[in-house]
Design a protein around this ligand. Structure first.
Ligand code: ADP
Ligand code: GLC
Length: 485
């Protein structure tokens, strides 16, 4: 099959979160199965032309938008051996430092920027003669693609065989803009009603993608169920519920080429379930890197996260104030985001000097060090569509303590409920007191070195293969093609 994989970010070109990891791994897993996959991305200023050998494809790309036409360029990169990537360049829209915001606030023209990207992506496929069987879109930034496909390209023979898939990685971000965005995006007002793009008087990109796509997927089974309820659906629960068999939950996998302590070049010492010794060295390095006491006995809790409401990191901070007063332990965080959350951790560090390690910013090396050196990995999310770090943590022997929600619930087996199969620890209600209590119970298990090793080893042997997830996508693609034929 020919698959156009349209996404606002993909590792290694440009990444802010898990979507970039998925947009790297899934296309490659599909390519391994023999499909011809083309990645389509914006050429943000951050995408390094030299490093990724971006080559300009001759000729301008015309993109209808607003009242006229915008002119763009297409770059191609063959940096990934198995998947070619194209980048849509438009200086005015993407030649700036951030992807979606300036570090404080979302860009005011995000609606226009990504409507442009959606339209440009389809135009680029035509220009390049890449006739897709499947157009796979990811998150609100790409959600107008299925809409355009149906309203502007329905009679184009070029797209006759193309089915569209809308993957929702996070319902918390929908791309909601004033109603006038309809004109800018060149979508007629006949589509501005509650059954299509209208959403409480505004235009909702994600809703459009969901309504117009041939199939909608999200990134875990539990989250697929959750988003049909008011608590998790962010006002789209009814729309999700109405999809019936068109809604799929397919859990993400892990790229073990990049996330395996056995051959990870980024960590101080390699280790595996059979040879755990290296983990001690990693723990020492982590403690020394963050200026903490180098003690093998003290449990280290680690986390790597965007600091947002979704992640429950604010509650984690409060729980650590309670926990650290009572129990000897250390804590390390690598993250970026909400300043209020950062201040709370700074306060924690001042209260417990030498026991708290902080790095504010984005750092891949440190992310690997935290996974390898921590005993426990904390992920207390309010909601979590899938979550990748808890799966990385399993492999790195950093036993996950997670809230039982979304993909966290699907991918971790709770030791409290099953001592024979447990790979981590779960709690349900999100409060600082309950989280602190959970850590205390986890520390009791940690002190039983034999039992702890069993849990660590069991987790390290879990295998979340992308090949299996890709096979589920493949099945769904086949079904859509069958439907078209
Ligand atoms: P989300 O996409 O919601 O942020 P995921 O768990 O799916 O959550 O994926 C997060 C990805 O981003 C992981 O690969 C994680 O290691 C990475 N990440 C998040 N914050 C940072 C950071 N500050 N530095 C390095 N990597 C980070
Ligand atoms: C989103 C979700 C996260 C998921 C990732 C990749 O960022 O918040 O849970 O793992 O997308 O699908």
């Amino acid at each position: 099959m020919k698959i156009a994989f349209i996404t606002p970010e993909a590792y290694p070109f440009v990444k802010t979160g898990g979507l970039a990891d998925v947009s790297y791994s899934l296309p490659r897993a599909l390519a391994r199965k023999g499909h011809d996959v083309l990645l389509v991305l914006p050429r943000y200023y951050r995408v390094d032309k030299q490093k990724f050998s971006l080559k300009l494809i001759p000729g301008p790309l015309g993109v209808p938008l607003g009242t006229g036409e915008k002119w763009a360029g297409i770059y191609r990169s063959q940096y990934l051996p198995d998947v070619s990537a194209i980048f849509i360049e438009h200086d005015n829209y993407f030649g700036r430092d951030g992807l979606y915001d300036d570090g404080y606030q979302a860009y005011g023209d995000n609606g226009e920027r990504f409507a442009f990207f959606c339209r440009a992506s389809l135009q680029a496929l035509v220009t390049l003669g890449f006739k897709p069987d499947i157009i796979h879109c990811n998150d609100w930034q790409t959600a107008l693609v299925p809409v355009y496909l149906r309203i502007h390209y329905a009679n184009e023979p070029f797209f006759r065989n193309a089915a569209s898939v809308m993957t929702v990685h996070n319902v918390g971000y929908q791309g909601v803009f004033p109603a006038e965005m309809m004109e800018c995006a060149m979508i007629g007002r006949e589509h501005f009603h509650p059954g299509e793009l209208e959403f409480f008087g505004q235009m909702n990109f994600l809703k459009g993608g969901i309504v117009f796509a041939d199939a909608v997927t999200t990134v875990s089974r539990r989250y697929a169920r959750e988003i049909q309820t008011p608590e998790f659906g962010y006002d789209l629960a009814g729309v999700f519920a109405s999809l019936g068999g068109r809604l799929y939950g397919i859990t993400n996998g892990v790229d073990y080429e990049k996330w395996d302590p056995q051959n990870d070049p980024r960590i101080p010492a390699n280790f595996s379930a059979k040879k755990l010794a290296g983990k001690k060295t990693c723990k020492q390095h982590l403690q020394s890197r963050f200026g903490m006491e180098e003690s093998d006995k003290l449990p280290v809790i680690g986390t790597i996260s965007r600091l947002t409401y979704q992640k429950g990191i604010d509650v984690l901070a409060e729980s650590l104030f309670i926990l650290m007063k009572e129990k000897a332990c250390q804590f390390v965080i690598v993250g970026s985001g909400d300043a209020h959350i950062m201040w709370r951790f700074e306060e924690l560090k001042r209260t417990y000097p030498g026991r708290v390690g902080i790095f504010w910013g984005y750092d891949e090396e440190l992310a690997h060090l935290v996974e390898s050196g921590s005993d426990i990995y904390a992920m207390p999310s309010r909601y979590e569509p899938c979550g990748l770090n808890q799966m990385y943590s399993l492999r790195y022997g950093a036993v996950p303590v997670v809230r039982a929600t979304g993909g966290l619930d699907d991918t971790i087996v709770d030791w409290f409920a099953d001592h024979e199969k447990g790979t981590g620890f779960k709690f349900h209600e999100l409060s600082a007191g309950i989280l602190a209590e959970t850590f205390v119970r986890v520390f009791d298990v940690y002190r039983d070195a034999q039992e702890w090793k069993k849990i660590v080893r069991r987790g390290m042997e879990v295998y979340y293969s992308w090949d299996e997830s890709a096979a589920e996508y493949e099945l769904m693609y086949e079904k859509l093609r069958g439907g078209r034929a």
